[in-house]
Design a protein. Structure first.
Length: 270
């Protein structure tokens, strides 16, 4: 482990350049560039609010979400899901997308999926400005009274959980994608299932207890739920917190183990 940390420090310049490259490529040939980081989630929030607001946007039965405007609820979930989706997709394709460099120069191969996750996390952090702006808008208008307390600061904990889970899943997917190219198509289907099971644009309490228990099996739902309740000034769900962190640690270790077992064979398949 010490050697891996030394390697990471040795190649930190390359990691930084790969992160910059990922961000630039994402917004190349775009007139607004990085501004889309702020505009896209805002437009998505508006569309989802218009489509689902009347049907699913009534007050939640969960006390943690009582009085929370539906646009804030939607945006707080959509931002986290977008990071998970983009980071895992980017990490999954990172080895094949950098195959020419891997064949010519030796660098630790884990830098490629890691750079994809970090780049998307930086974009995600910038996009949180939109969430702060929307919450401020509703508070100024008097439509939302946020209980300002220490729980809001603790909302950082689910974000750390999300970053580590995205890293673990992304590294594991990068290995699978080298040997099984159809994984890209399968993962896009699984991401759709994960999205619908994450309660992004509906209140989970309206589905009934049995459905909520099923949703809690989705670790991303647990992360989004705990982020929301903390952001809205309420304590975490302890069971969900333990479950999501346990899943994150397990999937992270599995991803690292699989990567180091198979990385020497990458050159034969890319």
């Amino acid at each position: 482990m010490k050697q891996k940390i030394k390697n990471l420090k040795k190649y930190k310049f390359l990691l930084r350049e790969l992160v910059k490259k990922t961000i630039k490529l994402r917004y190349r040939r775009s007139y607004l560039g990085i501004l889309w980081t702020l505009i896209e989630p805002l437009l998505t929030m508006i569309v989802l609010t218009i489509v689902f607001g009347q049907l699913l946007g009534r007050d939640s039965t969960d006390p943690a979400f009582k009085g929370v405007p539906f646009p804030i609820y939607v945006l707080s979930g959509r931002l986290l899901y977008s990071f998970f989706s983009s980071s895992t997709n980017g990490a999954m394709k990172s080895i094949r997308n950098n195959s020419s460099m891997i064949k010519k120069v030796y660098v630790p191969k884990y830098i490629y999926p890691l750079s994809g996750v970090i780049a998307n996390f930086l974009i995600f952090v910038i996009s949180l400005i939109v969430l702060v702006g929307v919450m401020s808008f509703f508070m100024i208008n008097g439509e939302y009274r946020a209980p300002i307390n220490g729980y809001m600061i603790l909302s950082v904990i689910p974000l750390i959980n999300l970053f580590l889970m995205g890293t673990g899943v992304g590294i594991l997917l990068s290995v699978m994608d080298v040997f099984f190219r159809d994984m890209e198509y399968l993962w896009s289907v699984l991401l759709m299932l994960i999205m619908y099971c994450s309660a992004i644009f509906y209140f989970p309490g309206r589905l009934g207890e049995d459905a909520v228990l099923l949703l809690k099996c989705n670790p991303l739902f647990g992360i989004i739920y705990n982020f929301r309740v903390a952001l809205f000034g309420h304590p975490f769900d302890g069971v969900l917190m333990l479950y999501t962190w346990g899943f994150t640690i397990v999937i992270f270790l599995i991803g690292i183990y699989a990567f180091y077992r198979k990385q020497d064979k990458f050159i034969l398949y890319i």
